[in-house]
Design a binder for this molecule. Structure first.
Ligand SMILES: Cc1cc2nc3c(=O)[nH]c(=O)nc-3n(C[C@H](O)[C@H](O)[C@H](O)COP(=O)(O)OP(=O)(O)OC[C@H]3O[C@@H](n4cnc5c(N)ncnc54)[C@H](O)[C@@H]3O)c2cc1C
Length: 403
């Protein structure tokens, strides 16, 4: 493991830092913009200056830089208060799938607008019948001339309500075993027959949706991979999903809980003096350090031009529950005021409450804790696979509660 930047990496880091300092959007620029407008403004600014999607080839709207440079820019950007989050799925998951499976003309048409933030993409994989077991999905596509006709429903689609395009996996052959009867497409979210219904979350927001498809037409030219090859294409998206979502992102961390424990009292003494508080903090410090050094392993691999190993699954499996735990503990420390969630009144503008409300979702999105543990057990530790009773059986012969 190498903790230091190489000379070139240090130069790149300084260049990125200088540009970010000079170009971070000011409060006046963001005044009156909603979250989407603000994120688009920032993305376009990065794109125009060659700092968007750093690792992508230049002809696709990127900088043609290395994976480690992409990480370095992300590290530096996270130190600034810039609008974020809107493009994680499009840039981190849809674009790498397009690069691997779409035609050159399609990539020329779609990727630069994705890089510049002009168009937003979403990922339509999950269904009520197919979440962790994605290959159990039922939304179907039937061939009709040069088009396919889609009927069914997706769920939990983040950002569907403001997306221009989406990637989607559909069942095109119900008589084949479940992994073999799938085909992958990208689709215009404004197509007639698509109805998007936001789902209200415990946080009060409505960031993900139910998406209904009634006789929606998608051209065969928007198919990625061969008919029946959808599972392999989906794997490209999922591999990139693991790499692009981490273990909780922003919000509560060790530093913020430590600071809180110095600020609030238990029995008229600062909470930080309480032994049980110190023990909890020490545990989280150890976990956070472990995650940091595990992150360095990925950085070292990237720096050497290698592909990081299982570190990403470990990061999410440890990081997401840790964040939920810390947010819950912070609310306990705040006693009755922990129940007040108001940016004007609450400590740290309500950040502890916001993280607490979002944290169960982080443990589910992009693979639940149990699925992450299965991946580590099977693919890292080489333990026996989960029992798969439906292996090799035609999808339409797998028993359901109605059969
Ligand atoms: C905030 C958020 C954003 C999301 N955004 C998107 C999106 O943009 N696009 C999209 O397609 N989906 C999205 N999802 C959906 C997400 O991918 C699924 O919720 C997730 O894959 C789990 O599927 P499920 O909800 O159907 O749960 P299920 O798969 O039904 O799981 C239920 C429970 O059973 C456990 N379980 C299931 N299988 C196993 C197993 N083999 N071994 C042990 N335990 C198991 C799970 O861990 C879980 O505790 C999002 C979810 C969240 C919370």
């Amino acid at each position: 493991m190498d903790f230091n930047d190489s000379t070139e990496e240090a130069t790149f880091r300084q260049e990125a830092r200088d540009w970010l300092k000079a170009n971070e959007p000011t409060e006046a620029e963001l005044e009156g913009l909603d979250g989407i407008e603000a994120a688009k403004l920032w993305q376009k600014r990065k794109y125009d200056a060659g700092w968007a999607c750093i690792r992508w080839p230049k002809e696709h709207g990127g900088r043609g830089a290395s994976a480690i440079e992409q990480v370095i820019f992300g590290q530096e950007e996270s130190k600034f208060d810039t609008p974020e989050g809107l493009f994680t799925i499009g840039h981190g998951m849809c674009a790498p799938t397009m690069m691997a499976w779409a035609t050159e003309e399609q990539n020329k048409r779609y990727l630069p607008k994705l890089a510049s933030g002009e168009e937003i993409w979403c990922q339509m994989f999950s269904e009520t019948a197919g979440g962790s077991d994605l290959a159990a999905l039922r939304t179907r596509a039937e061939k009709d001339g040069d088009d396919w006709i889609i009927n069914g429903q997706k769920i939990w689609t983040s950002g569907a309500h403001y997306s221009d395009y989406g990637v989607i996996v559909l069942r095109t052959d119900p008589t084949a075993p479940k992994h073999q009867g799938l085909t992958y497409f990208f689709i215009d979210m404004k197509s007639p027959g698509i109805e998007t219904k936001p789902i209200k979350q415990i946080s009060g927001g409505a960031n993900f949706n139910e998406v209904y498809f009634t006789d929606v037409r998608v051209p065969d030219a928007h198919r990625l991979g061969a008919v029946g090859q959808g599972w392999q294409v989906a794997i490209t998206t999922l591999m990139n999903e693991r790499a692009s979502i981490g273990g909780g992102g922003g919000g509560v961390n060790f530093k913020s809980v430590f600071k809180l424990a110095q600020t609030v009292n238990i029995d008229d003494e600062p909470a930080i003096k309480d032994k049980s508080v110190r023990r909890r903090l020490a545990d989280w410090y150890i976990q956070e350090s472990g995650l940091k050094f595990t992150g360095y392993r990925s950085m070292t691999a990237l720096s050497r031009g290698e592909i990081p190993g299982p570190e990403n699954s470990i990061g999410k499996l440890v990081g997401a529950p840790k964040q939920q735990d810390m947010a819950s503990f912070a609310l306990d420390l705040l006693e009755s005021s922990g129940a007040i969630w108001d940016p004007e009144l609450s400590q740290e503008a309500g950040m502890f409450q916001a993280t607490y409300m979002a944290s169960p979702g982080i443990r589910i999105a992009g693979g639940t804790d149990e699925i992450m543990a299965n991946i580590i057990a099977e693919r890292v530790l080489g333990m026996p696979q989960d029992i798969r009773v439906d292996k090799g059986i035609p999808f339409n012969e797998i028993p359901t509660s109605n059969s």
